[in-house]
Design a protein around this ligand. Structure first.
Ligand code: SF4
Length: 374
């Protein structure tokens, strides 16, 4: 069955690009000028845990109980923004996404899986095809974000000159939530259309099941909304500072200052880099994305398994997003998988303690699941 062979988990396909971004959060490009197209990897002097992240405390109760405090999941999970991949993960199983926050060590182990890492290294190799990589030492969260924004400035210049860019950070407000993502690739077609190409690596030489493809379509659609918003100048200083919890006046570290200087930028504090970015986005006159494409590549051989163009219907996409966000706003309870998708539980790391699967919410799910798993 396609679902069983093609879908070891939602994580396998959905998050490899952003996993790469997570693992090399200090990656930077040096393309601050049209002729510059070097990548920069930070030195990684940021000590693990030295900067408080937006995630939840690891010390959570094993069994999730209905929260009666009146706080929404956004508040309970201490989130000021969501990643695109987190929202896309909801299309696979919403409860699985929530368990990812409640059991962070399980999620970390998932990301260590060989196939997820293989996907990340394929993305890194492809990125290096269009950018060189250099090291930049980062110390603070503002340093790290400044390097990302300097990367983005370089990519704006590269796109203006008709070049291809990879691993482009995309951020902005969507339906009341600040969202962040990483676009795999943007390039111009022969007809001059701006094409977003999202690479998905596959363990098997097959196209994904519909259950996975649904999340992929949502992902590229959200990337388009974010990118289009940025180049239309909708991103504001206050949104970035408030949602990413950054201090404008914070002085940049020596590594970032040197990197910025090498790119030709005279900056001193994080706010200087943010202002540079916002002005450049406002006046860049880049087009919105014309075409969304998914490309599936076999992990073992690197062969292209297939590609699909994705239709874009903004109203439908925003309605779908509002539905997923209503959970984060606390307007409804999270959902596990539907009965016909109970096969997903078989490969879920949280199955052991999943209340949905155990049938506390829907007794029939457990019965149906067990039947399928025999
Ligand atoms: S066991 Fe099934 S319902 Fe529960 S989180 Fe995993 S996939 Fe979702």
């Amino acid at each position: 069955m396609a679902e069983k062979t093609g879908a070891s988990s939602a994580l396998e396909d959905i998050s490899d690009a952003e996993l790469l971004n997570l693992e090399s959060e200090h990656l930077a490009r040096s393309g601050g000028r049209p002729d510059a197209a070097k990548d920069v990897a930070a030195g990684g002097t940021l000590a693990a845990g030295s900067e408080p992240g937006p995630g939840p405390s690891p010390a959570r109760k094993r069994k999730r109980k209905r929260d009666l405090s009146g706080r929404s999941p956004m508040e309970r999970c201490c989130r000021r923004y969501l990643k695109v991949t987190e929202v896309c993960g909801q299309s696979w199983c919403e409860l699985q996404v929530l368990y990812g926050f409640e059991y962070p060590l399980v999620l970390k182990a998932e990301k260590e899986r060989a196939e997820v890492k293989a996907g990340a290294s394929i993305h890194l190799a492809r990125e290096r095809e269009v950018h060189d990589v250099v090291q930049v030492c980062v110390v603070t969260r503002e340093d790290r974000q400044a390097v990302k924004f300097l990367n983005l400035l370089g990519m704006i210049s590269a796109l203006q000159t008709g070049c291809c860019v990879r691993e482009l950070p995309a951020i902005g407000m969507l339906e009341g939530v600040f969202m962040v993502g990483v676009i795999d690739e943007l390039r111009y077609s022969d007809k001059g259309e701006l094409v977003l190409n999202e690479l998905k690596t596959r363990r098997h030489k097959s196209l994904p099941s519909e259950a996975q493809a649904k999340g992929h379509r949502l992902q590229v659609g959200l990337y388009k909304l974010l990118f289009d918003g940025m180049v239309r100048g909708s991103l504001s200083r206050d949104q970035v500072v408030e949602h990413l919890e950054l201090r404008l006046e914070r002085a940049l570290g020596p590594g970032v200052l040197e990197h910025a200087r090498n790119l030709g930028f005279r900056v001193a504090a994080f706010g200087d880099v943010l202002d540079l970015l916002l002005v450049n986005l406002k006046y860049c006159e880049l087009p919105c994305i014309d075409l969304l494409r998914l490309e599936y590549c076999h992990q073992g051989s690197g062969d292209i398994v297939g590609s699909q163009d994705v239709p874009f219907d903004e109203d439908q996409l925003r309605a779908q997003l509002r539905h997923y966000l209503s959970f984060w706003f606390g307007q409804r309870e999270p959902r596990g998988v539907d009965i016909e998708d109970a096969w997903k539980c078989r490969m879920c790391s949280y199955a052991e303690h999943c209340e949905w699967r155990r049938g506390s919410s829907q007794g029939s799910v457990t019965v149906h699941t067990d039947k399928k798993l025999k």
